[in-house]
Design a protein around this ligand. Structure first.
Ligand code: GLN
Length: 340
């Protein structure tokens, strides 16, 4: 049998072209999924801006941006990715990640808890139900009481040291230096008496060990970090990629802690609508009252949508719909597998 190098050459070029087209096609498919969801919900006006924080009521309700970052570092966008909103509750994920990295996931499970409260994000009754004496802690770091406690656990000798380490950790997830929207920070600081009450109650019950008002203040500042849809998608994409930023290639979070973090997001990321969300999408996600939602398809992509109009539970209406559509189009649901 003679070895014909030309035949092999031909075969390899054919394979190469096939592989290249397959990739180009899937890039096209991803972009088409984003474009379709963008167009489908562009005119949807349902819901309203959060207004219990005065500065949020003033944000342009029409902002609508979609971004998706794959684990191989490709970025796709549709709509407005220039406008920034405050990260709000989405920050809770990344402060929890930090505390898990600093002190291990068991510490979080044992002190704050990793159970859904089934109640609103700023519920005070949920604190009463979650006391250790009643078989708790049945709380989690993604609702306000658990989040303020989680912030209180971040290591650092001074307020400045704690804050700088939080902000630089968030920035590594986003792959660029993030900063605080001072107007939102001031507006929320002036009106966050309810969160202060939550901070004191969490202190009274021993969840917070010291300085509950410092923890509440840092928590408020972390909620005021300014992000666009691409920042959020990069943060989600880093979680999808085992804690390694898929573009900067920096290992931001300890890969071992990512499954536990995603589990808490799946349990409680969309507050009392977390069950519904998981049922529809299978995706660990997190929403914020600024209008952003992130979702993670582990090993595949992170996605984010910003649109400030919220439903009754405090979740962005368009963001939920657009993410559900895009993930369905791309086979993003980690709970849906094909039989062998
Ligand atoms: N900063 C907001 C608050 O504490 C965050 C709430 C949210 O996004 N759900 O009320």
């Amino acid at each position: 049998m003679s070895f014909d190098i030309r035949k092999f050459g031909l075969l390899f070029s054919a394979l190469f072209i096939f592989a290249a087209t397959a990739q180009a096609q899937s890039a096209k498919e991803i972009q088409a999924a984003l474009d379709a969801a963008y167009a489908k919900y562009r005119d949807l006006q349902e819901g309203a801006n959060a207004d219990y924080i005065p500065a949020l009521a003033a944000v342009d309700s029409n902002i609508y941006g979609i971004a998706l970052v794959t684990t191989n570092g490709k970025v796709y966008t549709a709509g407005d990715i220039a406008s920034e909103v405050s990260i709000q509750s989405i920050s809770k994920v990344f402060t929890l990640a930090k505390v898990m990295d600093e002190q291990g996931p068991e510490m979080v499970a044992n002190t704050i808890g990793v159970d859904a409260t089934g109640m609103r994000f700023n519920s005070i009754v949920s604190i009463e139900f979650s006391q250790k004496a009643l078989g708790g802690p049945e709380m989690n770091s993604l609702v306000n009481p658990g989040a303020i406690a989680t912030t209180s656990y971040v290591k650092g000798d001074t307020r400045d040291a704690i804050w700088n380490s939080i902000l630089s950790y968030y920035s590594d997830f986003a792959g660029r230096p993030l900063s605080v929207n001072q107007e939102v920070f001031k507006s929320e600081s002036d009106t966050n008496q309810r969160n202060q009450a939550i901070g004191y109650l969490m202190y009274a019950y021993g969840y917070i060990k010291s300085e509950p008002m410092r923890a509440t203040d840092i928590y408020t500042e972390q909620c005021s970090v300014s992000v666009n849809a691409k920042d959020l998608a990069m943060m989600a994409g880093t979680l999808a990629n085992a804690g390694k930023n898929p573009v900067s290639k920096k290992q931001v979070m300890n890969a071992e802690n990512v499954p536990e973090l995603l589990a808490v997001m799946a349990t409680a990321g969309l507050y009392d609508d977390s069950g519904k969300w998981l049922y529809e999408t299978g995706l660990p996600g997190k929403s914020g009252v600024g209008g952003g939602i992130i979702a993670v398809s582990p090993g595949k992509f992170g996605i984010a949508v910003i649109s400030p109009r919220l439903d009754e539970a405090g979740n962005s209406v368009r963001a939920q719909k657009a993410i559900a559509d895009i993930s369905a189009a791309l086979g993003g649901n980690p709970l849906a597998v094909k039989a062998r």
